[in-house]
Design a protein around this ligand. Structure first.
Ligand SMILES: O=C([O-])CC(=O)C(=O)O
Ligand SMILES: [Mg+2]
Length: 389
């Protein structure tokens, strides 16, 4: 059976909200929604793979429409297929997209490619008739574990939001089954952030743990001042203290912060990830890596990142990706990551879980849906089908 990709579509959609972290507000935030349309039919329906980019980087319509889409559509169809000729080969499609791209300076083309790569894996798993996490586990020769740890990310700065509202937000995450919650720091004075942290700790008590995220705001001196304040609390992690590419800052910070640190959501290639592990002072026994395939050239590249981790003595179980999307849930269930982020109240309809999924004791169980599982989330698949079906 020969098959081909007949179209690649992109639309840039708003995911705006009035929230802000220590670095940006989200009042103009967008995402690229893409569809990879094939001529394959499964269960009476044309197979279309879908993807989108995570929050934090804007939609990539320009790059997708002007460069990457055409490379896929202009390639000889058979050059994009696996050995059997019955399915797409995401690795070959990745190489086709990246033809005539110089190495280094990864910028945001990694977001454009990561978004398309998500759609390509969705189509590939649908054509194979399996959930993506099962396909990944099979290819890796390991057992999938459909039960995945998830934590609730929120705690943003928000106009008029006081400690009472922050506490109520965190309480609502506990009520929805989460055992780890995350809040923003670095967007207020250190005294105010300490007060906010203590308010949340008082609210969650021993029911949950708290992670804090500075979104890369701090210089070394401020990062250390916060470390000295934060280390008196039993935090789940201290995230992205300084600039994502300032490995020396991260390494120096480790001398002042014995608890778990987390970073990596703004590193967009396996080379950058490897540099973090080489030079960032990150500790494989306690720290967390948050590389997000949807921002960093997709799963084809994330597999290289996992190889780089292994070479540096890191387990995939130390990875809890940024982004709160179902793609990373599949990678976690299929390849043994430590879990995934979730934004219970933000970035809808893109984030979250299929409708049938509940969080229990900080974990979800992946449903057995072909592909990434977008078809199980009614509000999401509705906007996806408007693009391509
Ligand atoms: O506020 C953001 O940009 C999102 C973020 O850092 C996170 O989810 O860790
Ligand atoms: Mg973050």
């Amino acid at each position: 059976m020969s098959m081909r990709i007949i179209d690649v579509r992109e639309i840039t959609q708003p995911i705006a909200s009035p929230i802000r972290n220590a670095y940006i507000d989200f009042t103009k935030m967008t995402t690229s929604l893409v569809a990879v349309v094939t001529d394959v039919v499964r269960d009476g329906r044309r197979v279309v793979g879908y993807g989108f980019n995570s929050n934090g980087r804007y939609g990539q319509g320009g790059l997708i429409r002007e460069r990457f889409r055409d490379r896929i559509l202009e390639a000889a169809p058979d050059s994009l297929l696996d050995e059997s000729g019955d399915n797409l080969d995401p690795h070959k499609i990745w190489a086709t997209m990246m033809k005539n791209e110089k190495p280094g300076g990864h910028g945001e083309r990694s977001v454009a490619v990561g978004t398309l790569d998500m759609a390509i894996w969705d189509a590939t798993a649908k054509i194979a008739g399996k959930p993506l996490f099962r396909l990944l586990a099979e290819r890796k020769g390991r057992e999938a574990d459909p039960r995945v740890f998830v934590y609730a990310a929120g705690g943003y700065y928000y106009p008029g939001k006081d400690d009472g509202a922050l506490r109520a937000e965190m309480r609502s995450y506990l009520d929805r089954g989460y055992t780890v919650v995350k809040m923003k720091i670095g967007g207020a004075s250190i005294a105010e952030d300490q007060r906010r942290i203590e308010a949340v700790l008082a609210e969650i008590g021993s029911q949950a743990q708290l992670a804090v995220d500075a979104n890369g705001r701090f210089d070394l001196e401020t990062a250390i001042a916060y470390a000295k304040m934060l280390r008196q609390y039993p935090l789940f992690w201290y995230e992205e203290a300084g600039d994502p590419l300032d490995y020396a800052l991260q390494a120096a910070l480790s001398e002042f912060y014995p608890g778990p640190m987390a970073t990596g959501e703004n590193l967009f290639s396996h080379q950058d990830a490897r540099n973090l592990l080489r030079y960032g002072g990150m500790r494989p026994d306690r720290d967390w890596l948050q590389f997000d395939c949807a921002l960093s050239y997709g799963l084809v590249e994330y597999l290289r990142t996992l190889d780089a981790l292994e070479q540096c003595g890191w387990s995939p179980s130390r990875c809890i990706p940024h982004g709160g999307h179902q793609m990373s849930l599949n990678i976690a269930a299929g390849l043994g990551l430590g879990g995934n982020e979730s934004y219970p109240d933000l970035f809808q309809p893109y984030g979250g879980f299929p409708d049938s999924v509940r969080v229990e004791n900080g974990h979800i169980v992946m449903p057995e849906l072909p592909g990434i599982g977008f078809e199980g989330k009614s509000d999401l698949i509705k906007v996806m089908r408007e693009l391509a079906e």
